[in-house]
Ligand binder design. Structure first.
Ligand code: THU
Length: 148
Protein backbone atom coordinates (compact mmCIF):
# COMPACT_ATOMS: atom_id res chain seq x y z
CA UNK A 1 0.00 0.00 0.00
CA UNK A 2 1.30 3.46 -0.82
CA UNK A 3 0.51 6.54 1.23
CA UNK A 4 -2.09 8.99 0.02
CA UNK A 5 -0.41 12.13 -1.33
CA UNK A 6 -0.75 15.12 1.03
CA UNK A 7 -3.17 17.98 0.38
CA UNK A 8 -0.47 20.22 -1.10
CA UNK A 9 0.55 17.54 -3.60
CA UNK A 10 -3.06 16.90 -4.62
CA UNK A 11 -3.65 20.62 -5.23
CA UNK A 12 -0.41 20.83 -7.24
CA UNK A 13 -1.54 17.88 -9.41
CA UNK A 14 -4.98 19.41 -10.02
CA UNK A 15 -3.37 22.71 -10.99
CA UNK A 16 -1.02 20.97 -13.39
CA UNK A 17 -3.92 19.03 -14.97
CA UNK A 18 -5.60 22.40 -15.68
CA UNK A 19 -2.35 23.70 -17.14
CA UNK A 20 -2.01 20.64 -19.41
CA UNK A 21 -5.62 21.03 -20.53
CA UNK A 22 -4.71 24.32 -22.21
CA UNK A 23 -2.57 22.38 -24.68
CA UNK A 24 -5.30 19.93 -25.77
CA UNK A 25 -5.68 19.51 -29.55
CA UNK A 26 -9.44 19.15 -29.99
CA UNK A 27 -10.68 20.53 -33.33
CA UNK A 28 -13.36 17.78 -33.58
CA UNK A 29 -14.87 17.28 -30.12
CA UNK A 30 -14.10 20.75 -28.73
CA UNK A 31 -13.70 18.98 -25.39
CA UNK A 32 -10.33 19.49 -23.79
CA UNK A 33 -8.80 17.34 -21.10
CA UNK A 34 -5.60 17.65 -19.11
CA UNK A 35 -3.92 15.09 -16.90
CA UNK A 36 -1.04 15.18 -14.43
CA UNK A 37 0.61 11.91 -13.41
CA UNK A 38 2.61 11.68 -10.19
CA UNK A 39 5.40 9.10 -10.07
CA UNK A 40 6.59 7.59 -6.78
CA UNK A 41 9.90 9.41 -7.21
CA UNK A 42 8.06 12.76 -7.29
CA UNK A 43 8.32 13.38 -11.04
CA UNK A 44 5.14 14.67 -12.69
CA UNK A 45 4.21 14.05 -16.33
CA UNK A 46 1.51 16.06 -18.08
CA UNK A 47 -0.79 14.97 -20.88
CA UNK A 48 -3.59 16.41 -22.99
CA UNK A 49 -5.98 14.81 -25.46
CA UNK A 50 -4.78 14.84 -29.06
CA UNK A 51 -7.36 14.27 -31.78
CA UNK A 52 -7.03 13.35 -35.44
CA UNK A 53 -8.93 14.00 -38.67
CA UNK A 54 -9.31 10.23 -38.97
CA UNK A 55 -11.01 10.23 -35.53
CA UNK A 56 -9.99 6.80 -34.19
CA UNK A 57 -6.34 7.66 -33.45
CA UNK A 58 -7.42 10.02 -30.67
CA UNK A 59 -5.19 9.82 -27.62
CA UNK A 60 -6.79 10.73 -24.31
CA UNK A 61 -4.99 13.05 -21.89
CA UNK A 62 -4.43 10.22 -19.41
CA UNK A 63 -2.74 7.95 -21.94
CA UNK A 64 -0.61 10.80 -23.25
CA UNK A 65 0.75 11.32 -19.72
CA UNK A 66 1.31 7.58 -19.14
CA UNK A 67 3.06 7.03 -22.46
CA UNK A 68 5.30 10.03 -21.94
CA UNK A 69 6.26 8.76 -18.48
CA UNK A 70 6.79 5.11 -19.46
CA UNK A 71 8.85 6.12 -22.49
CA UNK A 72 11.11 8.10 -20.14
CA UNK A 73 11.70 4.99 -18.03
CA UNK A 74 9.15 5.56 -15.26
CA UNK A 75 7.39 2.46 -13.93
CA UNK A 76 6.15 3.41 -10.48
CA UNK A 77 3.07 5.61 -10.13
CA UNK A 78 1.12 7.11 -7.23
CA UNK A 79 -1.71 9.28 -8.49
CA UNK A 80 -3.21 11.20 -11.38
CA UNK A 81 -5.40 14.30 -11.62
CA UNK A 82 -7.71 14.77 -14.62
CA UNK A 83 -9.60 17.93 -15.63
CA UNK A 84 -11.99 18.06 -18.59
CA UNK A 85 -14.67 20.25 -20.10
CA UNK A 86 -15.76 22.11 -23.23
CA UNK A 87 -12.99 24.11 -24.93
CA UNK A 88 -14.85 27.35 -24.46
CA UNK A 89 -14.41 28.63 -20.95
CA UNK A 90 -12.92 27.34 -17.75
CA UNK A 91 -15.91 25.27 -16.64
CA UNK A 92 -15.17 21.61 -16.05
CA UNK A 93 -17.57 18.68 -16.25
CA UNK A 94 -17.46 15.26 -14.65
CA UNK A 95 -14.46 13.71 -16.40
CA UNK A 96 -13.71 10.21 -15.26
CA UNK A 97 -11.19 8.23 -17.32
CA UNK A 98 -12.48 6.16 -20.23
CA UNK A 99 -12.26 2.36 -20.25
CA UNK A 100 -9.17 2.26 -22.45
CA UNK A 101 -7.29 4.61 -20.11
CA UNK A 102 -8.35 2.55 -17.08
CA UNK A 103 -6.88 -0.50 -18.79
CA UNK A 104 -3.60 1.33 -19.43
CA UNK A 105 -3.51 2.30 -15.75
CA UNK A 106 -4.12 -1.35 -14.86
CA UNK A 107 -0.96 -2.30 -16.73
CA UNK A 108 1.32 -0.06 -14.68
CA UNK A 109 -0.39 0.78 -11.40
CA UNK A 110 -1.26 -0.88 -8.14
CA UNK A 111 -4.88 -1.28 -7.01
CA UNK A 112 -4.54 1.73 -4.70
CA UNK A 113 -3.37 4.11 -7.45
CA UNK A 114 -5.40 7.28 -6.84
CA UNK A 115 -7.34 9.07 -9.54
CA UNK A 116 -8.66 12.61 -8.94
CA UNK A 117 -11.09 13.78 -11.62
CA UNK A 118 -13.16 16.92 -12.07
CA UNK A 119 -16.67 16.46 -10.67
CA UNK A 120 -18.40 19.17 -12.70
CA UNK A 121 -19.21 21.09 -9.53
CA UNK A 122 -15.97 22.98 -9.11
CA UNK A 123 -14.19 20.18 -7.29
CA UNK A 124 -12.49 16.83 -7.79
CA UNK A 125 -13.62 13.31 -6.88
CA UNK A 126 -11.06 10.70 -5.91
CA UNK A 127 -11.25 6.96 -6.51
CA UNK A 128 -8.71 4.16 -6.46
CA UNK A 129 -7.95 2.19 -9.60
CA UNK A 130 -9.58 -0.93 -8.15
CA UNK A 131 -12.77 1.08 -7.61
CA UNK A 132 -12.64 2.33 -11.20
CA UNK A 133 -11.78 -1.03 -12.74
CA UNK A 134 -12.95 -3.90 -10.56
CA UNK A 135 -12.00 -7.41 -11.70
CA UNK A 136 -9.64 -5.93 -14.28
CA UNK A 137 -7.50 -8.08 -16.52
CA UNK A 138 -3.81 -7.27 -16.12
CA UNK A 139 -0.21 -8.43 -16.44
CA UNK A 140 -0.58 -10.82 -13.49
CA UNK A 141 -2.96 -12.94 -15.59
CA UNK A 142 -0.53 -13.21 -18.50
CA UNK A 143 3.03 -13.04 -17.23
CA UNK A 144 4.40 -16.52 -16.84
CA UNK A 145 1.64 -17.90 -19.05
CA UNK A 146 2.93 -16.70 -22.41
CA UNK A 147 3.91 -18.85 -25.38
CA UNK A 148 6.72 -21.32 -24.64
N1 THU B 1 -11.07 12.33 -23.35
C1 THU B 1 -9.92 12.33 -22.60
O1 THU B 1 -8.87 12.79 -23.03
N2 THU B 1 -9.99 11.78 -21.36
C2 THU B 1 -11.12 11.36 -20.74
O2 THU B 1 -11.08 10.96 -19.58
C3 THU B 1 -12.40 11.37 -21.47
C4 THU B 1 -12.32 11.77 -22.91
C5 THU B 1 -11.04 12.98 -24.67
C6 THU B 1 -11.07 12.10 -25.87
C7 THU B 1 -11.62 13.05 -26.92
O3 THU B 1 -10.54 13.82 -27.46
C8 THU B 1 -12.51 14.00 -26.15
O4 THU B 1 -12.12 13.86 -24.80
C9 THU B 1 -14.00 13.70 -26.29
O5 THU B 1 -14.27 12.37 -26.01
Amino acid sequence: MSEKPDEKTILMLEKKALEARKRAYTPYSHFSVGAALLCTNGHVYLGCNIENASYTPVNCAERTAFFKAVSEGERDFEAMAIAGGPDSGEDLVLCSPCGVCRQVMREFCRDDFLIFFSDGKGGFISRTLSEMLPFGFGPDQLLGHGEK
